[in-house]
Write a protein that binds this ligand. Structure first.
Ligand code: PMP
Length: 361
């Protein structure tokens, strides 16, 4: 920190993204990316758009909003494309929270929520999970705060049903409820249909996981046109060209290829179930995840030790130091062969054997 920094940010603890090391090739199971590549037409669309990079992109991203509206069954005025869903979360904290309107979210959830609350000086109401790590929707009825819930939740992967989400939205008519659906395409129920019924519901989506575009940075806010207008005003007051030309083109092409991506999500969900079964056979406990990751712990090895030993074998998983979940690791579901390598390495670690490196050389 320099002596020039605004005192407003003196105590800021920044979000720490999962590691992206470049020292060697790892089997990357730590940041929930898709193991499958973007479709050919997405690559072609991005390359074509690159030819026009001397010009600014469309600040209204109209083509992308139209494509999203068609796939999600809403109108283009109900969609705001953003530079990754982290950006729409930031806009939502700015637009719908302030000193008088705190934010409530599950105590164990996406680590960006407390960072954004602190960034904007918003009071946090962190609501504990149940003992089985699930969210109890009763805790979120009539709170008088902005509510943010990841569904499925991170890092547990446990999802609320659509009826439970609707109960929360309906019970907070004077406040915005944000449902962060970063992982919904891997097996949970989306609340997008409810955005036409409730003017206080904002659903956020990302193309980082289900649509193989983590590096392109593309996400969406979907909600009543009043909410989207509020968020667009903040977007236009910070970065009007927030989604670059190549990403807009890639996103439109990805919506046209939605079937390819949904099939990939089903493949990932099948691999998730197979991997969970193999890990349970090795003695792991796993939460019932509907996301593209597993959240697991083993009675005989700490989360930190397993993380370190897998890393030594060229496999990256995510370990969180937060006390209540420090025994666990979050393991992204990759391609079947990557998960087989994970199972082999884990079996070696548990049996105390050194084993050979599983990293791709
Ligand atoms: N929400 C949740 C629950 C996440 O886990 C992530 C991924 N880190 C995001 C939002 C943000 O994803 P992105 O900015 O890549 O769209």
């Amino acid at each position: 920190m320099s002596s020039f920094q605004s005192s407003r940010f003196a105590g800021l603890t920044a979000y720490v993204p999962g590691e992206q090391p470049r020292d060697r090739r790892y089997i990357k199971l730590n940041t929930n990316e898709s193991p499958y590549p973007p479709s050919e037409s997405v690559l072609r669309a991005a390359a074509e758009a690159a030819k026009g990079l001397n010009l600014y992109c469309d600040p209204t991203a109209l083509g992308l909003r139209m494509a999203a509206a068609e796939v999600y069954g809403v109108t283009p005025e109900m969609v705001l494309p953003v530079n990754g869903s982290d950006e729409i979360l930031n806009f939502a904290f700015m637009a719908f929270c302030d000193r008088g309107t705190p934010v409530a979210y599950p105590e164990t959830s996406y680590g960006f929520y407390p960072v954004l609350a602190d960034l904007h000086g918003i009071i946090k109401r962190e609501i504990p999970l149940k003992n089985d790590f699930s969210v109890d929707f009763h805790d979120y009825l009539g709170l008088g705060c902005t509510v943010v819930i990841a569904n499925p939740n991170a890092p547990t992967g446990i999802a609320l049903g659509l009826d439970e989400v609707e109960r929360i939205v309906a019970a907070n008519p004077g406040n915005v409820v944000v449902i962060d659906e970063a992982y919904v395409d891997f097996g949970a129920e989306s609340a997008i249909s409810l955005t036409k019924k409730y003017e206080n519901l904002l659903v956020t989506r990302t193309f980082s996981k289900s649509h193989s575009l983590a590096g392109a940075r593309l996400g969406f806010g979907i909600g009543d046109k009043g909410l989207i207008a509020d968020l667009t005003a903040i977007k236009d007051s910070t970065n009007p060209y927030n989604v670059n030309a190549m990403t807009q083109a890639a996103g439109i092409a990805a919506f046209k290829d939605n079937g390819y991506y949904m099939e990939n999500c089903r493949r990932v969900a099948r691999t998730r179930e197979d991997t969970a079964e193999s890990l349970r056979a090795l003695g792991f406990e796993a939460t019932p995840s509907k996301a593209n990751f597993l959240f697991v712990r083993h009675p005989e090895i700490s989360g930190g030790e397993l993380y370190e030993k897998l890393r030594g074998k060229g496999i990256l998983v995510r370990h969180f130091s937060k006390e209540s979940i420090a025994g666990y690791n979050r393991i992204t579901v990759g391609a079947p062969e990557e998960m087989e390598a994970l199972i082999r390495a884990t079996r070696d670690i548990l049996s105390g054997a050194g084993g050979n490196s599983n990293a791709k050389k």
